[in-house]
Design a protein around this ligand. Sequence first.
Ligand SMILES: *Cc1c(COP(=O)(O)O)cnc(C)c1O
Length: 376
Amino acid sequence: MIKFNVPPYTGKEMDYIKKAVENQKICGDGEFTKKCNAWLEEKTGTTKALLTTSCTHATEMAAILCDIKPGDEVILPSYTFVSTADAFVLRGAKAVFVDIRPDTMNMDENLIEDAITDKTKVIVPVHYAGVSCDMDRINDIAAKHNLMVVEDAAQGIMSEYKGKALGTLGDFGCFSFHETKNFSMGEGGALLIRDEKNIEQAEIIREKGTNRAKFFRGQIDKYTWIDAGSSYLPSDLNAAYLYAQLELANEITADRMNTWNMYYDAFEDLEKAERVERPFIPSDCKHNAHMFYLKCKDLEERTKLIKFLGENDILAVFHYVPLHSAPAGKMYGRFNGEDVYTTKESERLVRLPLYYGLKKEETEYIIDKVKEFYHG
Ligand SMILES: *Cc1c(COP(=O)(O)O)cnc(C)c1O
């Protein structure tokens, strides 16, 4: 069976975990956490990066930093993972969903302004498949209406918009290092902070509401409880696993990109024949080969394709069931405007296996089987 995903492993992870153990520092903010933070800052150009226990938690931190209060509204796509909404709903906000663009599956920037009310506080663009939303437009709207922007860049590490790293374009950016993402630490993530003024409070929230980070830098004599916070810092063991992959980030990305390009080129004919659609990458976006998907004619055809591939030992999967149609989505959210594309496009989309180390022969076999389904 060709798996849909295999967690990334480069070979150095075990050495680094051993090193963390030998350091006798396996709690948070040890050697490897610091190395990961520094790598993220250097690579993305963000003012500050803080490793977290997940992308969900990074987004929760962003929600606290945006001072989300019960009754506030946040604008996000319905076609996303539950965490995008959860982080804000947990603080009492209402999720206001807008429709997506059918080409990128990202929130339609032209529908945001209509969803704004006097309760709106934050816009949460999700960069689906590591392909950027229209961030210039979204930031313009945010500035005009005095809103914050929190990027769900869970899938967006190494991707760019007009030459700038995803996660650095809004007030806050959130990465995921879950095992299904390009680089992993099992469970984990990072919060990127654009403005200097938000760093100190972010450090406090992440460290149980204490000014411990300042204490360890020798800036104060003792640390104390100064705000409401939680424990959002991961163990250095997890950071050690991640650091091995960050060191090989270019190699991992190039490997994924090879597979992605093989798929993309191979299905050109099927697209021309109007049997499937391939992902669309806007010209000002650089993507990270996080995901390769095809869009079938409809739900029925997709179900048949997934079944056919399964019978041929290939695990292909569909993706999000739109949040506004889920029980919690109905309870905590509302869809603004009409659902023209969210449901329709999500039902057509199928993701093909894509991971670091997927072999060329395997990719060719998958391509052959998809072609066989359509031609055979
Ligand atoms: C993976 C993912 C998340 C959640 O990441 P965790 O690190 O598992 O919390 C959030 N949003 C999107 C779009 C994702 O793909």
